[in-house]
Structures are given as structure tokens and as C-alpha cells.
Design a protein around this ligand. Structure first.
Ligand SMILES: [Zn+2]
Length: 78
């Protein structure tokens, strides 16, 4: 994806899921949202909407290539 496609995709994901981190539900600015692949690209995950979510950098980073949600950050349900 080039940067224009990424921006468009981010907008579409925000309209689907809101501008929240998928994992910790933190309310984020669009610029602070990162693309998170549910199935990591390194494991064959695609850039389809079914596989893409938006997350904050700490959550995305802590998942790495894991298939599971981030464990280093406490989930904040309230
Ligand atoms: Zn997060």
C-alpha cells in the first residue's frame, strides 16, 4: 500500500470500528492509530478489512508476530 491508499484504508477502518485501539479501546488521534494485522503479515495475513484493525503503537508493538492479543498491557474495560 502506498501512503494515499493507507490513509484511505485507515479512514474506512475508522468508519467501521471507530478511532479506538482495537485492543485497549483507547481513544486515539488518527495519526496515532497503526494498522494491526489479526493474522500477522509474516504468517500470511492479508491487508483485507477482515484481517486489519487499528491499534495504538504499544499494543501493536507488544503483539509482534503473535496470533493473540497483547498481554503486556492490561485491557481496560469500563
Ligand atoms: Zn492499545
Amino acid at each position: 500500500m502506498n501512503s494515499k491508499q493507507k490513509r484511505k484504508k485507515k479512514q474506512q477502518l475508522i468508519s467501521l470500528y471507530g478511532n479506538y485501539c482495537w485492543w485497549c479501546r483507547q481513544d486515539l488521534l488518527q495519526t496515532n492509530l497503526t494498522f494491526d494485522h489479526l493474522l500477522p503479515q509474516s504468517r500470511g495475513g492479508s491487508d483485507s478489512f477482515e484481517n486489519l484493525r487499528l491499534s495504538c503503537f504499544p499494543c501493536n508493538n507488544s503483539r509482534g508476530n503473535s496470533l493473540y492479543p497483547p498481554v503486556t498491557k492490561k485491557l481496560n474495560y469500563f
